[in-house]
Every structure is written in C-alpha cells, then in structure tokens.
Design a protein around this ligand. Structure first.
Ligand code: SF4
Length: 427
C-alpha cells in the first residue's frame, strides 16, 4: 500500500503473480489444507492479526484503499452490526490458526478512529477471548486527525491499544485541502499532542512531492513534524493510483528531479535526527520499528478480518492466501449466512521465491538466507539466477549471513524485485 503505514505489501505495478486456485469448498476446512502438498516448512512463521474498518468521513481523491463514505454520513456507521460480523468472521477463521500466538494486532482502514471507545473495547475484548495474544503484543490503531477526541484516545489506551498511527499527511492548510483531507494543520498538531500524552509509541504518516510542493516547502514541513513527532515516521511520496479521482483529474505534481531531491534530503535529515530508514518509507528510532509491518516484510503470516482484508496463512506443506468480501454492504449481508471469504488460493510453489523477495527486499537490512528457507520451505537455489543477476548489476550485496539491497537496489526496487519473477531475470 503506497500511501501510509499499514497492510500487506502489494505487487508493484506491471508485475502479475499467478496463484493456484484453491478447490476448497469450505474456506475454513482445515483438513483440506493439512493434506500432503508440495512444500516442507520447518516451522510455522509468526502470526499477526489485521482488522479492517472500511469507512471514512469522506473519500480522499488520491486514495485507492478499500474505504467508503457510509451512506447517511459517518454518524451512520453500523458499528454494532460490523462488530457482530467481525466476531463471526474471526470465529469462523479460528480453525486455520488454532493455538498460534498473535504477535501483533493492527486495526486499519478506512478510519478506525471513528469507532466509539466502547466499540473498540468490545473489539479487543473478543479478540483477546478468541486468540492467544502474546503478553507484549503490539496493538496499533490508525487514527485520522479529523476524527480525534482526547477522551476517546485515553479510553483506547485503557482498552489495550499501545501504538497509534496518525495520518498527518501534511502540516500545511493548502496542501491538506488539495489532498481532500478533512483535517486542518491545527487538528493535526492537536492529534500529535494527544498521542504524545497517552502513547509512548506512535507513528505519523507524512506525504511529500505534493501538488505545487518545492524542496524548500517540503523541508519546512519535515522540520516542523520532526519537532513534534514520536519515535516512528512513515514518509511517502504521493503517487497517482488507478481508479482514484486523481487518476481521472491528475494534479500538477513536482517533476522527478524535485521529487528525488526531496527524497534524498529527507533520508539525510532523518539520519541526522536519529531515525533509521529501515524500510522503503519507514523511519524509526532504535527499538520502535513497527513489529506488525516487519512481520509482513519478513514473510510472516497474518489473518485479516473485515471487508476486503487479506490473509496469508502457512501450513506445514502449503501457503494459503485469502481475501474477504470487499464491499462493506455485501460483507455485512453475507455475514448473516456465515460467508466472509471471497477468494481462497494456494500460492504456487513456483511463485514463492518472488513473493518472499517482493517483501524482504524492502528492508534496508535485507534478510538472513535461512529465513528464505524457513518461510518458503524451499532451498535458496530456487532464486539462484535472480540473486546472481542482482549481484552482477550491483543491486544486492550478499554474504553467507545476509542478503540485502544496495543503495542502487533500493532506488530501483521494482526492477530488483522483478528479477525474481518466475521466468524473469533474463537480463
Ligand atoms: S482517510 Fe485514509 S483511508 Fe480514508 S479515504 Fe482518506 S486516505 Fe483513504
């Protein structure tokens, strides 16, 4: 997902992955997934939970997430029905993850901070009752400064949320207006202030290379955010995504040189401020890296519940991907019949190397070669050709202990990832 912190990593534009359709008639029939398969995983990876809240006060023109304005306005979010459906969704999925501890929970959207304090408490209560959360489980909630009330956030904290991710996006009134955001700079600053009072761990999302933005203007925004921010920042370049209002009516974006100059300046400035650039868009003070997102990037497992949520669940001899029904109205309707899953597919053995590399190459530190074998159940020789070509082009560095993208590899990440496509890497 390109524009803020959350969610599993999507495939770069232009890269298509085959997936073997799964012939399971019952998406949660675990015996179907335990039969002999083509992989041999030495152990199951860590497991995280993602909960999707699909509504926003207003749809932003650049946004391609599964977020919708509720018919009847934000006051008309069907909270009770949604929570009931989510609980049933989670209960139905339990056989796929029996007994596995949960390392992190991420409540994303949409705008989950539209949930009432009581609604959020109910959600975390049934999650705790149904799943074994690790004692130090990271529990993140995404929050929009336009839906941010101090009292509610104190209650969220008391219910167990221990990390916030705030969609600041900009601290300039004209840029926030150009992005169609519902908040103004004063609300963004107030939200950060509330976060600071109740949470020692929080993230701020900020976008750059915005319509009309110069290097100088971007520098001023980052400086201002640095003076306010907490231990984690996600800094994203605005990109125009298909099927958005911006794709139909494209704004005038800064040219490539300006965008690159902003990116380079940000990288140097964040390093001076003590934040490590540990992933494409993520900067953290030591020890405050997002555990939930690190799990995606190290090809861990995640169970996603709620409209349109994605799951990746490993079994000893196969890896399953599922997608929930996308439209909130059909998700709620079908929930009554106990139907939540739109698609269940098994990742084809031939695609696993690429899927792993798509994620792991986003990390500045790369990965230990053994992790590839542990997560995919395949030998490293499966990606030998891609590794050799990437190394020859100066896109990765490797030793017996680590494989990591070089600076050049990070800059041309999509090209690097494409070398690991099945049948790719032909030079
Ligand atoms: S608030 Fe976030 S999720 Fe909602 S429409 Fe805007 S960018 Fe999309």
């Amino acid at each position: 997902m390109p524009l803020r912190e959350t969610g599993p990593v999507s495939t770069p534009v232009g890269i298509h992955v085959r997936r073997a359709a799964c012939d399971a008639t019952d998406a949660h029939d675990v015996s179907h997934y335990l039969r002999p398969g083509t992989l041999c995983l030495p152990a199951l990876p860590p497991l995280a939970l993602y909960v999707h809240f699909p509504w926003c006060v207003r749809k932003c023109p650049y946004c391609d997430f599964n977020s919708h304005e509720p018919p009847g306005g934000s006051a008309a979010v069907p909270e009770a029905r949604y929570l009931q459906a989510l609980r049933a969704d989670l209960e139905a999925a339990l056989p796929l993850v029996w007994g596995r501890p949960i390392i992190s929970v991420f409540i994303g959207g949409g705008t989950p901070s539209l949930l009432s304090a009581r609604g959020l408490d109910e959600l975390l209560s049934f999650v705790r009752a149904l799943l074994p959360l690790q004692p130090d489980c990271e529990i993140t909630l995404e929050a929009n400064p336009g839906a941010f009330e101090a009292e509610k956030f104190a209650a969220y904290r008391a219910s167990g949320v221990n990390r916030l991710s705030i969609g600041v996006q900009s601290l300039q009134a004209d840029r926030l207006a150009a992005l169609g955001r519902i908040h103004d700079p004063a609300q963004a600053r107030a939200a950060i202030d509330v976060a600071r009072r109740h949470f020692d761990n929080f993230n701020c999302d900020l976008m750059y290379a915005l319509p009309g933005q110069t290097l100088d203007a971007a520098q001023r925004e980052v400086e201002e955010l640095l003076a306010l921010a907490g231990p984690h920042l996600s800094l994203y370049q605005l990109t125009i995504e298909p099927n958005t209002v911006f794709a139909k009516y494209p704004p005038q974006l800064p040219d490539e040189d300006t965008a690159a100059a902003i990116h380079d300046w940000i990288e140097a400035r964040m390093a001076r401020a003590g934040y490590r650039h540990y992933e494409v868009s993520a900067y953290a003070r030591p020890g405050f890296e997002s555990r939930h997102n690190l799990n995606y990037w190290t090809f861990g497992d995640y169970l996603g519940i709620g409209p349109g949520a994605h799951s990746k669940i490993s079994f000893p001899q196969r890896i399953l991907r599922q997608t929930r029904l996308r439209q909130p109205a059909s998700y709620l309707e079908q929930a009554e019949a106990g139907r939540f899953v739109a698609e269940s597919v098994e990742v084809a053995r031939v695609d696993l190397g690429f899927e792993f590399m798509l994620n792991a190459l986003r990390l500045a530190d790369g990965f230990a070669p053994q992790l590839f074998c542990d997560r995919t159940g395949l030998p490293l020789s499966q990606i030998r050709v891609g590794l050799e070509q990437a190394e020859a082009r100066g896109l990765i560095e490797r030793s017996p202990y680590r494989i990591a993208p070089t600076e050049l590899g990070r800059r041309f990440l999509s090209d690097l990832q494409a070398l690991f496509l099945p049948g790719g890497g032909t030079g």
